[in-house]
Design a protein around this ligand. Structure first.
Ligand code: GLN
Length: 266
């Protein structure tokens, strides 16, 4: 089986993803699976892909550039109609959300696919970017807890709300000032709707600031504090707030490639 994985290469950390995908693919020893990794800048290139990664970078720039061509509509079809596996990291997660807050004036176009609302730049400005050790239960191997994952957060978004499925989103979100929503294409609504019966799965959270301080020894009772949602999956769409592509750790890439292989065998 030949599998072509695209990495959206409009702006941002696409080369880093390709480097980690190559390393991750070495873990697949079966001769039946052959991965091919390509940079995607046009609808034509996208149409050759079985799955896609949308990297971290600047979501406003990525959507502006993609909207100038027909790429944005092709991306929406890829994610919401064809329902191929897609993973967005940081800016990529923002673009895959059905709604986003704290967007630039005039809003920004989204691709959508995840019934969530993200809050951009949740942790603040560039100087508030940070790295922290993450517990990612989905990386656990046969019951043994996985080693901590290096979480790189650069002006990162978090998922601040799980939304009712796509149908309800548009009406719901229009009342929220300063937020934008991803349009679903009218003609393809039927098909898209039918495919969105999957629930949003919260796959990891980041303990809140208080909890992190308590872990470092501060005397705070943070047991009640709910963490921020930083990893979600809904059907074919997967999103992380942080940047695995900026670390040398390719475990999430291996995990995601396994999901892609499983989806193709379905
Ligand atoms: N804050 C950026 C945005 O809104 C995302 C940052 C990132 O990808 N590191 O696009």
């Amino acid at each position: 089986m030949a599998i072509t994985i695209g990495v959206l290469a409009v702006q941002g950390a696409f080369l880093e993803h390709i480097t980690l995908l190559r390393k991750a693919s070495a873990e697949f020893t079966s001769a039946d699976i052959q991965f091919n990794f390509i940079e995607v800048r046009t609808s034509r290139e996208l149409s050759t892909c079985n799955a896609l990664i949308i990297p971290g970078g600047e979501s406003t720039t990525i959507s502006l550039v993609a909207a100038r061509t027909d790429l944005l509509d092709s991306l929406r079809d890829f994610v919401k109609v064809e329902r191929r596996p897609v993973w967005g990291t940081c800016a990529g997660l923002i673009l895959l959300a059905e709604a986003a807050n704290s967007t630039k004036k005039g809003g920004q176009e989204l691709i959508g696919g995840l019934d969530v609302r993200v809050n951009r730049n949740h942790f603040g400005r560039q100087i508030e970017s940070f790295q922290t050790e993450l517990t990612l239960p989905f990386l656990n191997q046969s019951g043994a807890p996985a080693e901590a994952f290096p979480g790189v957060f650069i002006r990162a978004p978090v998922v601040e709300k799980i939304l009712p499925s796509v149908e309800g989103v548009q009406a719901n979100e229009q009342q929220v000032p300063d937020s934008v929503v991803a349009p679903s294409k009218q003609a393809k609504d039927e098909k898209a709707k039918a495919a969105t019966s999957d629930e949003v799965d919260i796959m990891a959270t980041l303990p809140g600031r208080m909890k992190r301080a308590a872990e470092k020894g501060a005397e705070i009772n943070a047991s009640e504090e709910v963490g921020d949602i930083i990893v979600v999956k809904q059907g074919n769409v997967f999103g992380t707030s942080f940047h695995p592509e900026l670390t040398g750790d390719f475990r999430i890439h291996v995990w995601w490639l396994q999901q892609v292989v499983a989806a193709m065998n379905r």
